[in-house]
Ligand binder design. Sequence first.
Ligand SMILES: [Zn+2]
Length: 448
Amino acid sequence: MARHLLFWPVVLMLGGTAFAQLKEFKPGFNLFSKEQDIQLGKEAAAQVQKQMEVINNPKLQAFIDRIGNRLAAQPQAGGFPYTFKVVNDPSINAFALPGGPTFVNTGLIAAADNEDQLAAVMAHEISHVSLRHGTNQASKANLIQLPAMLAGAVIGNGSLLGQLAGAGIGLGANSVLLKFSRNAETQADLTGAQLMGNAGYNPIEMARFFEKLEASGGKAGPQFLSDHPNPGNRMKAIQDQIRFMPKQEYTAGANSNFREIQAIVKGLPAAKPKTLANTLKPSADTAPSGQFKEFRGKSFSLSYPDNWEVFGDKNGNAVTIAPRSGLAQDANGQVQVGYGLMASFYIPQGRDQVDLNQDTAGLVQQLQQTNPGLEVGNQKPRRIKLNGQDALVTTMFSQSPYRGETEHDTLVTVARPDGLLYLILIAPAKDEQKLQATFDNMIRSLRF
Ligand SMILES: [Zn+2]
């Protein structure tokens, strides 16, 4: 309770009359495309189903599908291909993976007072999916490996999830894919309240259920609150949102078979946990053809050799362009780029404005942290003009994935509204001369 009082003045200022209207939100900055959200969620769901005991009970499934499909059909659900499963787990929780797979614990069904309260938690989860909070956070984590990861999903049998796992982003505790900022929690509450109301469920039941969970807290509190913490003044914020929603009768949860469903859940045998193993195979070469074609991405375009391939997704903001043979998976399953170009964004921390010099230095520092052995050349970064804009060229050296080879990495950075756009052109030092003209063409072809 002290927590509520603590945030009271802040909320008063932010939630005062100036914002007295329905609050609606849009997804934030993202390196992933919507399709990659969906792919990542599918892969992660396959893992979850190996680790957790999904219940195969027709009545239970029909019940959860009925609620889920009703919620998923609302505009706030963003049109993702949602699926709904019940997991045999006594903790009071639910979670949704990027792109739509949603899992509801038996413990949550047992703890809810009515169908509307269960729908409230599901609407909150669906809102995290439609607002793309998981991949938004992964994008903002400034994972330098991200372009290679998004590439890795396409080569061999490598999976996007496997790549993310290699970089420390898994589905475990504190995963950025499943544990969100306070701001994201507020968005999921308010979008969820609107969503459930549209679907015919009484949104006040969301505030009531969260209040009940907090009251039953104890020291650790129910798992749901630890995964989706109160962003401050939660109940009041939901009530405020409801005031601006159209008045209607909420009948979706009337005549519910909720008690019968709770009885089924309570009669289930205790859960048995499982473990999983993750396997990724190595992949296997090509000089640039001399002919170029154009890559048109979401925020930039450039030319590349027509016998190279674009890995990742054009609708995202991170790609790797390389000959297929220039990519290799290391022993940990991470994709290494031996030849090619990686392009992505670096997001300045704690500032809105991008500063070319300062953020290039920050990016180099981060690259050095994530790539031990990476060294910056003796020359100072070179200032060039790219498409009329100032850009910096920084020369770096590292260990090539090709055994015993030194790698030459040319880093090109340019300040864009979304962040610092960077290209890393990669080749073993011995082949650098051969690739120079190709790389120069690629850099000079960059357009925004
Ligand atoms: Zn949440």
